[in-house]
Write a protein that binds this ligand. Structure first.
Ligand code: AMP
Length: 426
């Protein structure tokens, strides 16, 4: 875990605002679930094995508690406890979480996510809505070259049953191997499937299936040719068709592919799932991930279908820096009001207050420095304008406005200062 310094905090603020703007545009309401949950809540869906991956402890009252590892669990628990909230309910959150992950490139033990969930809609149109939102979030940030990989856990599981894997535990073991596929060498992948007693024919058919990765219409055509044998498979395919149709209507198919190798770990997902990758920085892993988890709210006492999306802020920051689409610093104030002599310090303060009331961010000297020192400080702090308040100019209702970047100075009327300095970021 690390400290976040001003420069980075400024970039995060810019990113968070861009994300919140889109979530608001889609009609999601911002909430924040508790950072600490009972261990039981955190284990409810994935079982005690989750203890290996999270921070948990006993408090002074000997209650077993844990730090949240995502926002979805808390949101689901929160919604389940409020049967008075009408559905469908669109909730979003943006905050930090903790995982006992091995720290590496793009993987930290404390990190931030933006998250948006729709509770109470069983329709594939709701899955399309969270995918469309995710695409808009990335576009609003200026990311252009990314790929949305969409699949359906229901269809993949139906395929495994059709392969003869009737046992749920075995299917889950195979899903886990598929999920690791990107990180495994080809022969290691085959080896792991062999270890699970999959015959050569089963392995080949599975490999063909999870290799389907095409533009939505082309993939649907290939999937339609498969002789599906169960209502679950038909339902899974129909859900994908409807997601694709809705994305088309929302104008969001361009970055989308159907990719049958997307599983999203074992966790709580049970329907349409997706991951988004930055093509420029594939080593980062997914920048966004999400899907349907109709069974999760039930474990907290309310049977509610749900679907959602979440993206890591740190990974976005890395991707945006590579793409050069993030302002370098946004935290410096717009103006530094400098007093040329000690007699006009009071006037400088008065001006600072007046400019702040006009909505302009302002700083001034808090160390009684001479004018030169004040200007050096303003320059080193990345403040774009200095307003030099001098006794002679004041008599004429003027101040000297110095553009610290262009190294230019002009006398301006005090009333004109707000219009001259606004719109320029630090
Ligand atoms: P998940 O909740 O695991 O589906 O993750 C959702 C998103 O959070 C991923 O797509 C990543 O962008 C990000 N993420 C997950 N784990 C980490 C981590 N340890 N450090 C930083 N970002 C992460």
């Amino acid at each position: 875990m690390r400290d976040i310094e001003a420069e980075e905090a400024g970039r995060r603020l810019w990113v968070n605002r861009k994300i919140l703007e889109v979530m608001e545009r889609y009609g999601f309401q911002l909430v924040e679930p508790s950072p600490i949950e009972s261990l039981e809540t955190l284990e409810a869906k994935c079982g005690p094995s989750i203890r290996e991956e999270i921070y948990w402890f006993e408090d002074k009252a000997r209650r077993k508690l844990g730090l949240r590892f995502d926002l979805t669990v808390g949101l689901a628990r929160m919604v389940a406890s409020r049967p008075d909230w009408a559905t469908p309910l669109k909730l979003c959150a943006l905050s930090n979480m903790w995982r006992y992950d091995e720290p590496q490139y793009g993987r930290y033990r404390c990190f931030y996510q933006w998250d948006a969930e729709i509770f109470g809609s069983p329709l594939p149109e709701a899955d399309a809505e969270v995918i469309a939102l995710s695409v808009d979030v990335l576009e609003n940030l200026g990311l252009k070259d990314f790929e949305v990989r969409i699949s359906n856990r229901r269809l993949v599981e139906a395929f495994l049953s059709q392969l003869g894997l009737e046992n749920q535990e075995k299917r889950e073991a195979v899903l886990r191997v598929i999920d690791k596929r990107g990180k495994l060498e080809e022969n290691r992948f085959t080896q792991e499937l062999e270890n699970l007693n999959l015959a050569a024919e089963q392995r080949n058919r599975l490999l063909d299936f999870i290799s389907i990765k095409k533009e939505p219409e082309a993939a649907l055509a290939v999937l339609a040719e498969t002789p599906w044998k169960s209502p679950e498979a038909e339902r899974g395919l129909e859900e994908l068709r409807r997601v694709v149709d809705s994305l088309k209507l929302l104008g969001k198919t361009a970055p989308c592919l159907l990719d049958m190798s997307v599983i999203r770990g074992i966790g709580y997902y049970d329907g349409v799932v997706f991951e988004i990758y930055d093509r420029m920085e594939a080593a980062l892993g997914a920048v966004v991930g999400g899907g349907r988890y109709d069974g999760l709210c039930r474990v907290y006492g309310r049977d509610l279908p749900a679907t959602g999306t979440a993206g890591g802020i740190e990974r976005l920051l890395i991707a945006l820096e590579k793409a050069g689409s993030i302002p370098s610093s946004t935290q410096a104030p717009q103006v530094f009001v400098a007093a040329a002599t000690s007699e006009v310090r009071g006037k400088a303060l008065e001006l600072a207050g007046w400019l702040r009331a006009q909505g302009i961010s302002v700083d001034y000297d808090l160390k009684n420095r001479p004018l030169k020192g004040q200007l050096e400080y303003a320059d080193a702090s990345g403040i774009p304008f200095a307003l030099v308040v001098g006794p002679r100019e004041l008599e004429k209702g003027l101040v000297r406005l110095r553009d610290l970047r262009k190294r230019m100075e002009a006398e301006v009327k005090i009333e004109e200062v707000p219009s001259k300095v606004s719109g320029v970021e630090g």
